[in-house]
Write a protein that binds this ligand. Sequence first.
Ligand SMILES: NC(=O)c1ccc[n+]([C@@H]2O[C@H](COP(=O)([O-])OP(=O)(O)OC[C@H]3O[C@@H](n4cnc5c(N)ncnc54)[C@H](O)[C@@H]3O)[C@@H](O)[C@H]2O)c1
Length: 411
Amino acid sequence: MSRLGIGFIGSGFMTRFHIKSFIAVRDADIRGVWSPNRTNADEAASLARSIGVGDCQSYATIEEMVADPDINAIWLCGPNHKRIENLEAIVSTIRSGKGSLIGVAIEKPLARNAAEAKRVIELLEESGLLHGYLEDQIFEPAVTRGREILWQRAAALTGRPYIARCAEEHSGPHGSWFWQGDLGGGGVLNDMMCHSIELARYLLTDPAKPRQSVRPVKVSATIGCLKYSRPEYAAILKETMGSEVDYLKRPSEDFARATITYEDDAGLPLIAEVTTSWSYVGPGLRLSAELLGPEYSLMLNSLNTSLNLFFSRRVSGPAGEDLVEKQNAEQGLMPVVASETTEYGYEAENRYFVRAFLDGRMPEVNGYDGLEVTQLLMTAYQSAEEERTVTFDPEAILNFIPAVARGTWRP
Ligand SMILES: NC(=O)c1ccc[n+]([C@@H]2O[C@H](COP(=O)([O-])OP(=O)(O)OC[C@H]3O[C@@H](n4cnc5c(N)ncnc54)[C@H](O)[C@@H]3O)[C@@H](O)[C@H]2O)c1
């Protein structure tokens, strides 16, 4: 196979980001979109056609899209609470002998909790498909280049890095389901700490060694609802996201931090400090990271852009997200992320997974990585709930459902 035909499940924010990134991906065509709302699916398909990344059409069902021999891989971008249902539809179609699928790439988080993540793995194994875990941040050019130089030059001479600090912060997600603990699987910890955990782990792993060379040992975490539990912000949330989002009665965390202790294959202790929030108001989404070692450090901040604009108070137009994702203002001195699909890693990520699927190779970032991240997230929830450090034990955390997801969390 020389070209990969891709079908998307979901036609929302993430699918549109991925579609735009494919202008920088070779050897792949976006050929299909399925979403429960056909009009939205048609619009996403039309976006793909209009930017020249594939002769794309919408499908009536997941089964119909998977059965089409022109679709060779699925990018699974539905909401978290539909992950299992979506994957079951894919796998049952394959089981019935239809289609020519070789791979599926699944958005983060792999699932809402460890038991669901395990079910995802069971379905993937049963299907025999190649699988990828879509964690864009480890494909950010600044991350991959920084890690490469740091490990090649400084770590090789003076010793491995020991601390990674990663943060993702913005002023809150765009869709109502993210704000509902039962649908998302939690709040910002589940939604965004998955990124920071995987990025910190990636930075701390010797590029010459496998993921398993860095082993999680214990987790200490805190969660809070700092902004949206205030009555005035709970009211704004209800008004913008719908009456089902009531943070006075059923809040999710809008802040989460965790310290994860790892051990490397030589028994050296390593620390990942991760922090995420939906309560950060700055120009827009801020991704930051540091990697510290005995004689060196790396730091990056996605809002330290090379392009900045200044608009005086007489420039007053409609609100938008044309300067940066989760933009909060349209006046004053503002950073612009000139190519978000490049900077956040989507282009390199999609190039990587397309190449792996075309080569018939299991991607190095796959469902098993998503499973471990989910197990770490659940351990972090348990630590925050019990206000103690929790030893990482995948078996012990298997049936843990965060109080936020059960609707019983009262900050
Ligand atoms: N990598 C990242 O930085 C990043 C950013 C945002 C979202 N995500 C992840 O991507 C996934 C999608 O998020 P989003 O921001 O696009 O959400 P969204 O709400 O913008 O879009 C979700 C889409 O799924 C569709 N949908 C509804 N019911 C469905 C069903 N039963 N089956 C399949 N699709 C259904 C909706 O119609 C919509 O098109 C989530 O898992 C989310 O965590 C990742």
